[in-house]
Design a protein around this ligand. Structure first.
Ligand code: TZP
Ligand code: MG
Length: 220
């Protein structure tokens, strides 16, 4: 699936590390897809992350489910896995393998998203062809990433949106109460972990994201 900026409106990120023991990964993913998320990123991180055959098997199931809903699947920081499961996109952080080497290896087979949270990082990304979107944050403090960068706030986000050649999806600590303020910066959407994994009403959470960024309230 080709990249479209509208896919950033309600961008859900999840890995097994983001769930409590009583939560089921596939149940949450299916609920979020049925609710109308516009992209899904599979992100296994940290000491409890799945590896090898277990990671591949779960990614393959994510591929089947996202395909059924026509939602792009983006793999965090694992190009071999992204190619193996025929994902649509790859997300690369500043701390991951160098972006130039990654782009050379991808060769247009995947769209690429890149984490950029400073002026210098956005200016560098502007020089690179082949980047589909930037992920910028954390906008607010987050409990979902142990090594998160300093908070950039709404003013920081607005500055990066003004500089970037690519659409920006905001990340970090985002709740329903923040959506209109984030939309006002010109960001294309929000990427969230806990706003969905810890939501009591996933459908309402996803519809609020889509509405704030100009999408329709329902899936399709
Ligand atoms: N990168 C910057 S903040 C963050 C990532 C992966 C975590 C976002 O999770 P949440 O729960 O939406 O704050
Ligand atoms: Mg990364």
């Amino acid at each position: 699936m080709d990249f479209k900026p509208e896919q950033l409106q309600a961008y859900f990120i999840m890995g097994t590390q983001d769930l409590q023991p009583e939560q089921d990964f596939l149940t949450i993913l299916k609920t979020a897809l049925a609710a109308g998320i516009t992209a899904f990123q599979f992100r296994e991180k940290g000491p409890t992350a799945l590896t090898g055959a277990d990671k591949l098997a779960l990614a393959q199931t994510c591929r089947q489910l996202t395909q059924a809903y026509q939602v792009p699947l983006i793999i965090d920081d694992d190009i071999e896995l992204a190619l193996a499961v025929h994902a649509d996109g790859l997300h690369v952080g500043q701390k991951d393998e160098g972006i130039e080497a990654t782009l050379a290896q991808v060769q247009q087979r995947l769209f690429v998203g890149y984490s950029c949270s400073t002026v210098a990082e956005v200016e560098h990304a502007n020089q690179l062809d082949q980047i589909a979107y930037l992920g910028s944050g954390p906008i607010y403090p987050t409990g979902s990433k142990a090594d998160a960068d300093p908070v950039i706030g709404l003013a920081g986000l607005e500055k990066l949106v003004g500089l970037s050649r690519c659409p920006i999806v905001a990340i970090g600590g985002i709740t329903a109460a923040h959506l209109n303020d984030i939309a006002a910066t010109g960001a294309a959407g929000v990427s969230v972990i806990s706003m969905i994994t810890q939501s009591k009403h996933i459908t309402d959470s996803v519809q609020a994201m889509r509405q704030a960024f100009g999408g329709e309230a329902t899936h399709g």
